[in-house]
Design a protein around this ligand. Structure first.
Ligand code: SER
Length: 878
């Protein structure tokens, strides 16, 4: 079976068992602050297990794109070294929400594996939870009884809490599980060592393929287990491993999930990948194999994350994606000798391979390719610079060991990989203080851990079973009761309370729009709501304090001033989106959006700078739509298909239900959950304030509307008046500024000429001041020039005589600077080094600096040290 067919067969099987098939949720999570990426099929259903909200069917199945690269489940460092861990993988899953339980789940999994996929029964082993006294959970007798009817007893292995009790995190839904393992060893090996002894022992050929979790508890903050209102089934089967077994190969990378990608890497690099069957593998070949596995694995994770809307960046999820890509670039650079961007070329292969089932990778192919290419180019530059910096570090290191601090600086500030540092140092006969590096790394980790520490209490539920309704499209004020409260203590925000209401007019942050602020008012007290956010199906209202009487009836009041400004910016964003697509073309797609009361920010795909003329046209188009007084038409609950047929724009990476909300203003139609003006005329006016690049092929526009535009023009007017005043109120301001610029340019030229003459003059007169010290032409002097002129002068004098050793110092803007020139023959024959001279002399002026052995410069903070510099320079010659 081809991998495509294996996936299809899974979904068809569970459809035949009454399951609704749903698409994979985006790989990047948007409304779960506890998780960056989907790391298992069940993540998107978490709240259903806990009883918050109802799924659209009690039986669901899908294949979910997962990423296990951060938090509790992190496989990143294993990837490449073994043949069965991945950053991105697909997890096939079937779920029962309070419907069927152990018996059906176990029987169906057996039926699918042995009758549909026809896996040999004798190679399958299962594990059953042995119980845990401390937790007070008994052995899973029901699961055991089910398995006993299907497999011989020596194929059943009991497992403890570590292997057979699945938890998604420190807190949250959990339960005992039963796993299915496959023994892929040769007959001979199987006869020697029985398979059951190798289950869950990290044997590369006896591997887990399917986990059936029976969700029965919620793990609370204090570590205790609270029974869930209903029992559920959550299963997850690693798609790539399943394919490997069915295709009868011994490595996931030898399946058709990876072979087309590997073939492309081979074509680009001219190197060969040896499949897992070819033993023994020589050392250099093994390095090539590892690097190729890293590249073909990582490109999938990065490409799908970008297609789902997560660009590489310097923070959060974007940083994780950047690090994955950099790991691949770095393996390519060192072991595949790829010094030019090449990973982006794999995207086409991936799109052809997976585009049928995951259309996002096909439709975003161009963008994904461009973003990866740009990231590659920029990191390759970093690697080159890093290598240069490392050269300097070696030159300036007195012994043969480079300090951990220096290596850490390269790693932390320039993103230079530590293993590459170690490798280069080794090749050059240097060693690295690895323990020192580790200490620095741990210090930094501790700092960032401390900064992001969050302690979340369990919910205290005041009104159980309530499902909150959002009334904020029609109201900004309503009577409410508090249904649950949770305290969260974080380093970043201090103590905050999250309050859930029975219904709420507060809009929770989402779709780019910030959350509402406002107040909760009861007869006796008023509580400020400082933000509103969504967590899965709950709307959380954030407050710095709790009301004294949490059981009172409150009026929830949204701050309508802020909301009015925000809604103007949100509606203007839609109008601008349409204008961009009309003026620049329909390749423009939304890639990010922020809408707050002050301004709007919109990122979109477009491959060149938006010209001033185009920006003017976009502005004019939006303002025409504003003037046309377009009435808001809101379809609150329209089937998604109907909305798309009407031409509504949907976003990749967004999770839509079967029915959606659609917002229309004239020709602008978008699927959107946000808050809008009732008529476009309310926006008053639209003004773009900036345009620029965010990443390759992604532009960003920032714009303002309404009162912010008025303030903007008032500000402009004031600035103009001030300029006029400074220029003594000329008749024509423009002309006056132009003539100032002219004068300035002329003066600059004159100064440059004068400085050059001064340097030439000094160079000639200083030649007579050279002294002979041990046969070396030595000159040391303080001059009255700028730093850059002193630098030029040092070189000019240094080259005017053979065997020269020149040190010049000067002061610029109150700070000392020093320069050293050493003739090449002295560097070669006497082992003198300008870098060392500057480093040593720099100590007198509280400074630092460096350069090359024949020329180096430094800057300091203490001018009083110049005398000591001048006195001590000669010591280098003694
Ligand atoms: N939640 C379980 C897992 O991720 C089964 O889906 O392994």
């Amino acid at each position: 079976m081809k991998s495509q067919d294996i996936r299809k067969a899974y979904l068809q099987f569970f459809e035949s068992k009454g399951h609704t098939i749903v698409p994979s949720a985006p790989i990047v999570l948007k409304d779960d602050p506890t998780l960056m990426f989907n790391n298992s099929g069940m993540a998107q259903f978490k709240e259903f297990f806990l009883g918050n909200g109802t799924p659209k069917s009690n039986r669901i199945a899908d294949t979910q794109k997962c990423l296990r690269v951060s938090g509790k489940h992190n496989d990143l460092e294993d990837v490449g070294f073994d043949t069965y861990h991945h950053t991105m993988f697909e997890m096939l899953g079937n779920w029962s929400f309070g419907d069927y339980f152990k018996k059906e789940a176990i029987n169906w999994s057996w039926e699918l594996l042995t009758e549909v996929y026809k896996l040999p029964k004798e190679r399958l082993y299962v594990t059953v939870f042995e119980g845990d006294e401390q937790e007070g959970i008994p052995k899973s007798v029901e699961a055991l009884a089910c398995w006993k009817k299907l497999v011989p007893e020596n194929h059943i292995v009991f497992g403890n809490k570590k292997d057979n009790f699945w938890e998604m995190g420190e807190q949250g839904p959990c339960g005992p599980c039963t796993e299915i393992h496959f023994d892929g060893r040769s007959e001979e090996d199987r006869n020697k060592v029985p398979g059951e002894t190798l289950v869950n022992k990290d044997h590369p050929e006896v591997i887990e393929i399917w986990n059936n979790v029976f969700m029965m508890f919620n793990r609370l903050k204090d570590g205790s287990l609270q029974p869930l209102p209903k029992c559920h089934v959550d299963t997850g089967m690693g798609f790539e491993r399943l394919v490997r077994i069915i295709q009868n190969v011994t490595s996931n990378y030898d399946t058709d999930v990876f072979t087309p990608l590997i073939a492309k890497v081979e074509e680009i690099t001219g190197l060969k990948y040896t499949p897992n069957t070819q033993y023994p593998i020589p050392n250099t070949q093994e390095k090539t194999n590892i690097a190729i596995r890293v590249v073909v694995d990582h490109v999938r994770a990065v490409a799908f994350a970008i297609a789902d809307g997560q660009l590489p960046s310097n923070t959060g999820a974007g940083y994780v994606i950047r690090r994955i890509l950099r790991r691949a670039i770095r393996y390519g650079f060192t072991f595949l000798d790829t010094k030019e961007p090449f990973i982006n070329k794999l995207v086409e292969v991936l799109a052809n391979q997976m585009g049928d089932f995951f259309p996002e990778i096909k439709s975003q192919q161009q963008l994904v390719t461009n973003v990866i290419r740009e990231e590659e180019a920029s990191f390759l530059r970093t690697l080159e610079q890093g290598i240069q910096l490392l050269e300097n570090v070696m030159v300036n290191t007195s012994g043969k060991e480079v300090s951990g601090e220096k290596a850490f600086e390269l790693y932390d500030t320039f993103g230079f990989p530590i293993d590459l540092t170690a490798l280069i140092l080794r090749e050059r006969g240097f060693s690295l203080d690895e323990a020192g590096f580790e200490t620095e790394l741990q210090k930094q980790k501790a700092r960032s851990r401390a900064a992001s520490e969050v302690s979340t209490e369990d919910w205290s539920v005041l009104i159980p079973g309530n499902v909150e309704t959002f009334v904020g499209y029609d109201q900004t004020e309503n009577d409410v009761k508090i249904t649950r409260i949770r305290k969260v203590d974080s380093k970043k925000d201090g103590i905050l309370y999250q309050i859930v209401l029975d219904n709420t007019p507060f809009y929770p942050e989402g779709g780019g729009q910030v959350g509402d602020k406002g107040i909760l008012v009861s007869a006796n007290e008023t509580i400020d709501i400082i933000d509103t956010k969504k967590e899965n199906n709950l709307i959380l209202h954030f407050a710095k304090q709790l009301p004294e009487n949490v059981n009172a009836t409150f009026t929830a009041k949204v701050n309508t001033d802020l909301r009015a400004s925000t809604s103007k910016n949100h509606s203007a964003t839609h109008l601008m989106h349409l204008a961009l697509r009309t003026i620049l073309g329909t390749h423009v797609e939304q890639k990010g959006s922020l809408v707050n009361p002050n301004y709007l920010r919109f990122d979109f795909s477009h491959f060149s700078k938006v010209s001033d003329e185009e920006l003017r046209q976009v502005e004019a188009s939006v303002n025409t739509q504003i003037e046309a007084q377009l009435q808001l038409i809101e379809h609150r609950n329209i089937p998604i298909k109907e909305a798309l047929d009407k031409g509504a724009m949907a976003l990749f990476g967004e999770k839509y239900g079967d029915s959606v909300r659609m917002i229309e203003f004239g020709d602008s139609k978008e699927l959107c959950g946000g808050i809008h003006v009732k008529n476009s005329a309310e926006i008053w006016h639209f003004k773009i304030i900036s345009e620029g690049a965010v990443a390759a092929g992604i532009r960003r526009i920032e714009a303002i509307t309404g009162d912010a535009v008025k303030a903007f023009y008032t500000n402009q007017e004031n600035t103009l008046s001030e300029i006029k005043e400074v220029l003594k109120n000329p008749q024509d301001v423009l002309k006056s500024v132009a003539s100032l610029q002219d004068d300035n340019a002329k003066l600059k030229k004159q100064i440059e000429q004068l400085v050059k003459e001064k340097i030439d003059g000094l160079a000639t007169s200083l030649v007579s001041e050279f002294q002979d010290v041990n046969g070396i032409n030595f000159l040391v002097k303080q001059v009255d020039l700028s730093m850059s002129a002193t630098k030029d002068l040092t070189q000019a004098i240094g080259t005017s005589k053979p065997n020269s050793f020149v040190v010049l110092a000067s002061i610029e803007e109150g700070l000392p600077n020093i320069h050293c020139y050493i003739a090449k023959e002295l560097v070669a024959n006497k082992g003198l080094n300008a870098g060392t001279v500057i480093r040593e002399l720099g100590k007198y002026i509280d400074g630092n600096g460096g350069g090359q052995p024949f020329f180096a410069s430094g800057k300091g903070k203490d001018v009083t040290g110049i005398t000591a510099v001048l006195e001590n320079a000669v010591n280098f010659l003694k």
